[in-house]
Design a protein. Structure first.
Length: 108
C-alpha cells in the first residue's frame, strides 16, 4: 500500500481523519460510551465492563488518547480517563458543517 501523503491535506482534514480512525473500532466506541456513563474511571473499571483483556483495553485507550479523544490523569497507581471535550467539539463542528451544506444542496 502506498504512503498516505498527509502533507497534501489541511491540518483540519488530517485532524478529523485521525479522530475518525480512532473511532473506527467498536471497542473504542464502547469505551467512550462507558466514559460518558461514569464521567471518569480507571483502566481496571473499563476492563471489568468490556469482554476484553487488560492489555487490549490499554491499547484501545492509548489509541483514543493519541487521537486526542480522551485525556488521562494519574491518580495513585491508576490513570483516570475522561473524554476530551475539544475533540468532540471538532467532530460536532465538522458534522454540523456537513449537515448545513447538505441542507443547501440540491444534489440527488
Amino acid at each position: 500500500m502506498g504512503a498516505t501523503k498527509t502533507e497534501h491535506f489541511t491540518d483540519a482534514q488530517n485532524q478529523i481523519a485521525t479522530i475518525a480512525k480512532a473511532l473506527g473500532h467498536p471497542a473504542r466506541i464502547a469505551i467512550l460510551e462507558y466514559l460518558l456513563k461514569v464521567n471518569e474511571c480507571i483502566c481496571g473499571d473499563i476492563v471489568n465492563e468490556l469482554p476484553l483483556a487488560q492489555p487490549t483495553v490499554s491499547q484501545h485507550l492509548k489509541e483514543l488518547k493519541n487521537a486526542g479523544i480522551i485525556k488521562g490523569n494519574i491518580s495513585g497507581n491508576s490513570i483516570c480517563y475522561c473524554i476530551d471535550e475539544k475533540a468532540i467539539e471538532i467532530l460536532n463542528t465538522y458534522f454540523l458543517n456537513i449537515n448545513q451544506n447538505l441542507l443547501k444542496s440540491k444534489c440527488c
